[in-house]
Each structure stands twice: as structure tokens, then as C-alpha cells.
Design a protein around this ligand. Sequence first.
Ligand SMILES: *Cc1c(COP(=O)(O)O)cnc(C)c1O
Length: 413
Amino acid sequence: MNDCGFNTLLLHGTDDMNPFGATQVPIYQSSAFRHESSENLEKVFANKTMGFSYSRINNPTVDAFEKRITKLEGGIASVACSSGMAALFNAFMNILQSGDEIVSATGLYGGTVELFEDLKAFGITTRFVKENTPAAYEEQITEKTRLIFAETIGNPKLDVTDIAAVAEIAHSNGLPFVVDNTTATPYLIKVLSLGADVVVNSSSKYINGNSDAISGILTYGGKFKWDVERYPGLAPYKKFGPMAYIAKLRNGLFRNTGACLSPQNAFLNNVGLETLGLRMDRQCANALELAQFLDGLNKDITVNYPGLEDNPYHELAKKQFNDHYGAIVTIRAGSKERAFEIMDALTIPYILSNIGDTKTLVIHPASTISIHQTPEQQRQQGVYDDMIRISVGIEDIGDLKRDFQQAIEGKRD
Ligand SMILES: *Cc1c(COP(=O)(O)O)cnc(C)c1O
């Protein structure tokens, strides 16, 4: 099965043996799991045998979701969390301590920028790169740096990170590279195979696909050599070999912060995940066609999309993403008033704060998701007062084009 294509792997990649021949993994809606003997439960707690004990630690439905993502991302193990933010927090704090520094990309999801602010209270500071080039990451590394972080396609800046090149810089400085792959998904790129060490997905978005559950998941590649002098928290877990990072997380911070995913939401993700490849093909194709259409429509509207040939990230995106460019497009309308006018005139897209739905979504980031950032931070994140972010869905593209045209040109049909 391992040499199968992505879609076959999605459907048949994990050999679940479900009760009664069920084709979906059941929702194991149980807080705890009984054992036939005290000795057996002792072994489960001591990690001496596989088994489930308590759903804050693990659960069979959640485990099935983790195994699927591990397979798709090409890692050795995953930990599913209650949200993308919980997954990011756990991915970072599993290895950081007071005094450490993060070197990060700038074109980030607003929530992650705010999380980095929160980490200051724990003595962890973040140095942001000036531009998304490999050399810019190296410039920010100091002797206190303990990890490098980037988004594959920055949300909403849509800058594209050169994953292999940044991974090389990270490793030559003895640092792990953590990548948020939410906007690209494992369908567009396998960041672990290009050298990233931990990949985080907000599975609330494309992985779930239908926007019916909040969740996040992190996957470890199994290759980073942890120097326990720089990462002292990992010392007691050395005995787990390549699984040290995951073992520490599941036996420590993840369990103790109660960041677990509910079995119900894991079930919704398992079902949604089956169509990830189909949806990404359609959504990326729709996004490209819409971006090209808007680009040619009206000179007052400027379009940002890595799929456009004059985009500064076009060549890199083409190389990394196998002829896909993601399904988020941003446009600048000239003023905030004009942006609001266009959004309010659209009839198909929903105005809401989310990406990765089957339905097309629009938002004005400056007044919503990026509201807590300073104007300077907003500019660095590629957020402008006249910008609309479009998360392109699976609708018929002719309808989307017509709707955007009437909203922009003010002609309703
Ligand atoms: C949405 C998002 C997150 C946060 O995920 P939640 O599931 O909403 O907590 C993190 N990173 C990116 C790129 C996102 O789009």
C-alpha cells in the first residue's frame, strides 16, 4: 500500500480492523478504557504495552486520525490536539524553556503571532526574519535560538517558504525546523521529506474540509538529533530513540495541558480527510482561475496569488507544490470602504473568519483576525487596510467569476 498514490493512501493507507466490518472508524465516545487486570493497566501506564487508558492521553478514534496524518505527512508519529493553536503550542513548548529564542517567518497566521507574544511571559522570545529568504533566517540565529518556524504558504501574506533551503540552514545550526503546513496540506507538499522536523496542521481547515470541527495535529519526522545539553527536557526520553520527541509530549505537556482532541471531532476529520486530494485539486484550480480572472478584470484591483506568473514566489511554488498554488487569493481594493463594499455585494461567498471550507469564504483581515497587531506588524504579515482574503471553495468557477465581477463592477445580473 505504501507505493500507492495519495488518494488511495487516504482511503486504504491504514489497516483499521473495525468492529462488524464498519467502513468508518467508530466514534469511541468513552472517557476511559477498562483492563482485565491491574497488571495490564500498570503496563499501559509504563508504556510497556500498547493500550488505551484515558481519552485525555489517547483514544482509538483519535489514534486512527493520527495514523492517517502520519502516513500522509510521511512522519513517524502524530499527536492530535483540540485546535491548531494547541498543536502549535505543544510543538513549541515540548522543546523550549525560559531563555530560549525562536526564529520565525513574518507572514504568519495572526493567532501564531499572538502566541509568540504570550510566550514572552515564560521567557521565550521570537526574532522575526526581515524577508522570507533562507539567508534571512540565518541572520536571526543566535546562541539562544532553539527552533526555526515558518508557514509553508504564509496566511494571509501568501509568501512561500523554501522548505529544503531553510531546513538546511536550521540543521547546519543544530536547530529543528517546525513548519505550519495548514495552507498547503500534505497533498501539495511533504515538508518532512524536504527536511522539516515537525509539521503542524490546523486540521480545522482543509484536512477536515467541511468546517464542522476545530482541531490540530503535529507530526514528527523522526530524524532530528536532539542535543540534550540544548534540549535538557528530552534527556529522560532518550531511551525512546527517534520517538523521544513524541514520547515526551504524550507523557508530558500534551497530557498535562489537556490539549486532547475529542473522538467525535476525530471522526469528522477521518471522514473529511477521505476527499482531501479531490478537494485540493478542485480548490487550487478554482483559485488559479479566479486569480487570473480578477487580475485581468479591473486595473484598480491588485491580486496576490503564487499561481500568477509575475508573483515573486511563483517559481518556488511551482517547484515545491507540483503544479498547485494553494486555494487562498488576496486582493487589494484601494480602500477599506471599497473592500467592504465588494465583500457586501458578493452573493456566494460567506463573510467569516476561516479558510479551507468547501464553500468560498471572504474576510477583511485588517479589521478582524489581525486586529490585535500593530500597523507595522500587519504590514509585515502582508495585511493591508484595503485587502480581502478569499478562501476559494469547490463551487462552479463560472458562478464565482460572475459573482466577483458583479460585486466589483457593481452590475447585478
Ligand atoms: C487557522 C490556522 C491556525 C490555527 O488553527 P485553529 O485550528 O483555528 O486553532 C494556525 N495556523 C494557520 C496557518 C491557520 O490558518
